[in-house]
Structure formats: C-alpha cells, structure tokens
Design a protein around this ligand. Structure first.
Ligand code: NAG
Length: 469
C-alpha cells in the first residue's frame, strides 16, 4: 500500500504533511511552501496531540467517495473545541486530481496548477496576483470555475422543497431572477453558500462550491428522498456535462455582447437567461465573486474552449485569464465570504452578516433547517459577528487572534491579505458583538506580536454590480 497524503499543516513557519500509511497517520516535515499560496480552505485540529492522529485515521475511512474537504469539515466539527488551534490546509496527491476541460489551455497559457478542492486549478498565470487583481477591476478577467457544481432542481414542488433547505424566499423570486443564499443545518449553521436562480416555477438552477459538492449533494439527496416519499414532485440533474466560466470586470459586458445576439443592457445583477453565446447553448447568470459587474456562463463542455478563446480574442487581450489567487484577493476586497474560511458549519447566516439574504416571508414563517435558532438570533442579536479590518502589521491570516486594546480575546481572523487595490492589509473575521462597530480599535496578533487594527465596513472596494439606474 502506497502512503497517501491526507493534509498539510503550517505551524510556526514549518510545513508538515499528514500521511496515511497502513491505517496509521504520521506527520512528516517538509519544506515546500508551493501549495500554501492562496485560496485553500483551512480546517482546525488539536495541535500535534494524539487525538489528532486518531481523528484523521477515523475520518480517512469515511473519505471514500468523499474527499479531503470532508475530512477537513469532519475534523473542524469534531475538534472545534480544541484548546490550541492551528491552520491546516489540505490537498490531494496529483494523480487523484480532477481536470477541467480547459486544463491544457491553462497550462499552455502559463497557468501554475495547484490542487484545489480535489481539482487541479490555475492559481495564477504569467501575471502576478497583484497585476491580475488590478486588471480585473480596470479591464476584465476570465476564470475557469468549472470545478464548481451546477445543479438543476425540477418538478412542480421544487420551490417548497428548496425552501426547506435554504433561507431565501425562493417562491418570491421572479422567473429569471436569482440570489445568494445559504444552506443551513438543524443548528442554523451554514452547510454552504450558493447562488440560486428561479429559471421558471418548476426549475431552479444553482451552483454550489466545489469543496462542498459531495456534502451538499448528499444533504440535498437525503432530504429529496424524504420529500418524495411524502409525494412531493422534485428531481435533480447535476450538470456534469457543462463547464463554468466567470467573466468579470468593466469589459465583461461589452466583450460578451460581441458573442450573443441578445441585448445584455437590460439584463441586471442577479438575472438569469438561457441563450446562445458564441453558438453554444448557455446558462447565463449576471453574478460573480469579485465585486465587479460580470457573468457566470455555464457552457456545454465541448464548447468551453472555443468560448474561452473567443472571449479573450473579442476583448483584444484586455480580458486576461485569471487564477484562484487573484480570485481570492478580489472576493476579499469585495467583502465576500469564502466558505470553509469565513463561513462554516457552526456559523449562522446572521453571524456571517447575511441577514439580508433571509427572505422577509421566511423571517415570519421559518420552515427551513435551523430556523428556530436563526429567528431567535434575529430577535436577540448574534453573540459574534463577521466584520472587516484594516491592519497596520503584516498581512493577517486565517486564525490570527483579535484582541481588544487590553489584550482580551475578541475573536479570530478568517481571511486576510494585502489588498492590491487599496495597497494595504485587509482582513475579515469574527468578533464579539459590541466590538463590531466600524471604527472600533483592535489588536491583531500575528506570530505572537499584537498590531493595531480597526474594524471597518465592507466591502473594502466598492462593488459595481450592474443594476437599473
Ligand atoms: C488594461 O488594459 C490595457 C490595455 O491592454 C493595459 O494597458 C492596462 O495596463 C490594463 N490595466 C491593468 C490594471 O492591468
């Protein structure tokens, strides 16, 4: 049996691999920081104790058909109480990684491929992450996000079905309209965030995070079985025959307009259409993960390469291929959550600052998993809240402690880094309610040293979603 790499961890500046070998997990020291760059999801584990080893072994058995993401999730849940926590990141061995249909195209264009949620994805191309981030805001970016999972729910009861699982007012969406929503668990925690669209009354299209795919699909399937057993009419189709491209930035709309006969000028943020783009039958959502105007294009996989090439060509090279590294900077600047970092199983949408996504009717009626917890929190206010920070020290990272000016713990950073647009360090994280107001002075502890920080409103960089004027 070959040793199987489960995870790696950075601790006190060193990198350790967790290796599974004959059902025994060993941590081994390595010195290659290549994978530590960006965008990976972290999980929490007891620092080096025996308990860690046992847990990894147990969950590796459960990993069959699951994945390292699930391993991370399970460990997060089990070990959330661990006294000493360190950041962990996961990856799979190269051979296990899935490839999108654009893999060769990425490599040919200088894409540096890294493992991400079980996929081999470009973290950056020839441009630096800094340049790519700036170019997205000034010109435009094309991202391959085919690792994400597109899903259609169909049937005359698909709306009441989905409303059991998410906080959105799905029934209240107009056909062709969509929203960001959260799948919740019984405790009101977030299973995943997802953009959902009502295509028509008996068809909902949604996209879930790559890292949550197995977990989300299992969750939906389980509830679908029970719902159908009671006579509900709902079925699903997983769009594995399609690829997903995200086109973002000020040149997104003018570029895409060259490739379709349909007028995009009255097609607003959150909207959804099925239309021909570059001769291919596409699902188009005016949405994104950068704060810019833009689109996510679900395209039949056999047409994805042609479409990617056509977009780059029509923009005359101004829209550039952009990797996960800049995607993470862009979404952080836009104040958007990365599931697994900024939102997790034990965090409710209210704590995560997504109260706006709970439909008005849903607040009155509940009827989604964990509604009791969430509705109560709406009344009494959450005890912790997600906020943004500016920081004077080095870039804060996930799990940097946040303290008040007397050194008392307030919470933890969940994402942070240098903002290419603002040219300073930004972060988001959770603090106790009361310390969440913009302007509150805090300390952020990085490698044992406390640096001045201040709570600030998000987004850090103003969003430019395309809305009716
Ligand atoms: C935007 O595109 C133009 C033309 O290709 C280029 O000169 C400029 O540097 C780009 N902007 C950024 C911020 O990269």
């Amino acid at each position: 049996m070959a040793p199987k790499i489960l995870a790696f961890e950075s601790c006190k500046g060193k990198l350790f691999l967790a290796v599974l070998f004959y059902n025994v997990v060993a941590f081994t020291f390595v010195n290659d920081f290549h994978f530590l760059l960006h965008g990976h999801t972290s999980f929490v584990v007891n620092n080096g104790g025996q308990r860690t080893f046992t847990s990894v072994t147990v969950f590796s058995v459960k990993m069959r058909g699951g994945g390292l993401w699930q391993l991370g999730q399970s460990m997060t849940r089990r070990l959330a109480q661990a006294d000493k926590t360190v950041a962990h990141r996961y990856f799979s061995t190269e051979a296990e990684l899935k490839k999108t249909v654009l893999y060769d195209f990425h490599v040919a264009n200088g894409g540096k491929m890294v493992p991400f949620a079980g996929w081999s994805m470009p973290i950056q191309y020839k441009d630096s992450i800094m340049d790519s981030t700036l170019n997205c805001r000034q010109n435009g970016s094309l991202f391959d996000v085919s690792h994400m999972c597109g899903l259609s729910l169909k049937g005359k009861d698909c709306m009441p079905f989905l409303e059991k699982l998410v906080i959105a007012d799905v029934a209240g969406l107009a056909p062709g309209a969509g929203t960001l929503t959260v799948f919740t668990n019984e405790k009101g925690g977030a299973i995943d965030d997802s953009v959902i669209t009502k295509v028509k009354d008996d068809h909902i299209y949604l996209v879930v995070n790559a890292g949550c795919r197995d977990k989300d699909l299992a969750h939906i399937e389980e509830h679908m079985k029970a719902f159908k057993a009671k006579g509900g009419d709902v079925s699903w189709h997983i769009h594995d025959e399609r690829s997903l491209l995200a086109l973002q930035g000020p040149l997104a709309a003018p570029t895409l307009q060259h490739l379709t006969k349909e007028d995009l000028s009255k097609f607003y943020f959150g909207g959804f259409r099925i239309l021909d783009i570059n001769g291919a039958h596409c699902f188009l959502t005016r949405t994104g993960y950068t704060g810019e105007d833009g689109f996510e294009i679900s395209v039949p996989s056999e047409n994805a390469l042609d479409l990617a090439k056509a977009i780059l060509e029509k923009s005359e090279g101004k829209v550039r291929l952009t990797g996960l590294g800049a995607r993470d900077s862009l979404r952080l600047e836009a104040g958007l959550c990365l599931y697994g970092n900024d939102m997790e199983q034990h965090v409710t949408p209210v704590e995560a600052g997504l109260t706006w996504a709970i439909g008005k009717r849903r607040r009155a009626e509940g009827g989604f998993l964990g509604a009791e917890v969430i509705l109560k929190q709406l009344e009494s206010g959450p005890t912790v809240r997600r906020v943004g920070f500016f920081s004077s020290g080095p870039p804060p990272r996930s799990h940097s402690e946040i303290q008040d000016d007397k050194g008392k713990g307030l919470g933890e950073v969940t994402s942070g880094g240098f903002s290419p647009c603002l040219k300073k360090n930004i972060a988001m994280g959770y603090v106790k309610s009361g310390s969440h107001k913009a302007g509150t002075k805090v300390k952020i502890v990085i490698r044992g040293k406390a640096y001045d920080g201040v709570v600030t409103k998000m987004p850090f960089v103003p969003t430019k979603y395309y809305k009716p004027s």
